[in-house]
Design a protein around this ligand. Structure first.
Ligand SMILES: NC(=O)C1=CN([C@@H]2O[C@H](COP(=O)(O)OP(=O)(O)OC[C@H]3O[C@@H](n4cnc5c(N)ncnc54)[C@H](OP(=O)(O)O)[C@@H]3O)[C@@H](O)[C@H]2O)C=CC1
Ligand SMILES: O=C(O)[C@@H]1CCC=N1
Length: 279
């Protein structure tokens, strides 16, 4: 069960934090126990209306009442945001959860003044529907109770996976955080092909979404591996094998491997760029 009494401050309430907040509210988390912040008053008003929670531009005031502070701003502005929040966070000593790509817990802790419990989390946007995946890493200052709190919060919006080595967060980013976009990209290509063959765009999009949902549910619910499920679709001498032959001939595995590698490598270089700012 989620601890519904913890007050959570989301510093940055954009695409990802908004998806987590939406998912928590959907699961019954009380709106009064969630506060969000944005940089501009305009986006605060928009986010507040869209999500049905209080959203301000006052990061320090949000932290002052929080048991959990979720840092949901872009990596490139995180240091500035943390520097301005250090005093409020040190006074309150909340559990700090960062959802930023490429920022190590030690770097964040240093930016916030040191000695803090920091959980690094890599979620993904399907959290909005309770269908997210979040990889989690805790620094040594995180207590068992805080670990459970972080775990229950993110479990409320999907699956969770703890990693013991922080370096594994690069892989988690490449196969969970960023990966919904790969499926959307593949779906865009399928929709485009269907359109070229004469289907209406809206129909093609609905069909592709249903295929993706069905395929995902088969992988989750039948216990079969993707390889076994693929075999069950591919009749010898039939149609599917022809499409799969083209994927193989044109090097789908190498393409995917290169894409995942590029994503994980960017997570590493982002980490190096941001850590080099930390003295
Ligand atoms: N999008 C995704 O799928 C995923 C994103 N992430 C991580 O989540 C983080 C946010 O990404 P995303 O949600 O896509 O980005 P968005 O640009 O959608 O959101 C950024 C949010 O930060 C706010 N913000 C900027 N500066 C400040 C500030 N000084 N004080 C308070 N709020 C501020 C913005 O407010 P305003 O609108 O006023 O500028 C906005 O609400 C990143 O670190 C990213 O690595 C992790 C996993 C997946
Ligand atoms: O693209 C990004 O950098 C963020 C992190 C994972 C998903 N979106």
């Amino acid at each position: 069960m989620i601890n519904h009494t913890a007050t959570i401050a989301f510093i940055g309430t954009g695409n990802m934090a908004g998806a987590i907040i939406g998912g928590l509210l959907e699961q019954g988390y009380p709106a009064r126990n969630i506060i969000g912040t944005t940089r501009s008053p305009d986006s605060a008003e928009k986010a507040s209306k869209a999500l049905g929670i209080q959203v301000t531009t006052d990061n320090e005031a949000a932290v002052a009442q929080a048991d959990v502070v979720v840092l949901g701003v872009k990596p490139q502005v995180m240091q500035t945001v943390c520097a301005a929040l250090g005093t409020a966070i040190q006074q309150r000593q909340p559990l700090v959860v960062s959802i930023a790509a490429g920022i190590e817990t030690a770097t964040l802790d240093q930016w916030l003044g040191g000695g803090l419990p920091v959980v690094r989390c890599m979620p993904n946007t399907p959290s909005l529907l309770g269908a997210g995946v979040s990889g989690l890493f805790a620094n040594p200052a995180v207590t068992t109770e805080q670990q459970t709190l972080a775990e229950t919060l993110f479990r409320a919006v999907g699956m969770i996976q703890w990693v013991q080595q922080e370096a594994d967060m690069h892989t988690i980013t490449a196969i969970c955080g960023s990966a919904p976009a790969y499926f959307y990209r593949f779906s865009e290509a399928l929709v485009r092909s269907a359109e070229q063959r004469g289907l209406a765009a809206a129909d093609a999009q609905a069909l592709v979404a249903q295929v993706a949902l069905g395929a995902a549910r088969m992988m989750r619910e039948t216990g079969d591996t993707p390889t076994q499920l693929r075999a069950k679709v591919s009749s010898p001498g039939g149609t599917t094998v022809e499409a799969l032959r083209v994927f193989d001939e044109q090097g789908l595995d190498a393409l995917v491997e290169a894409a995942v590698d590029a994503c994980a490598t960017r997570s590493v270089t982002l980490t190096d760029e941001l850590a080099s700012k930390h003295d």
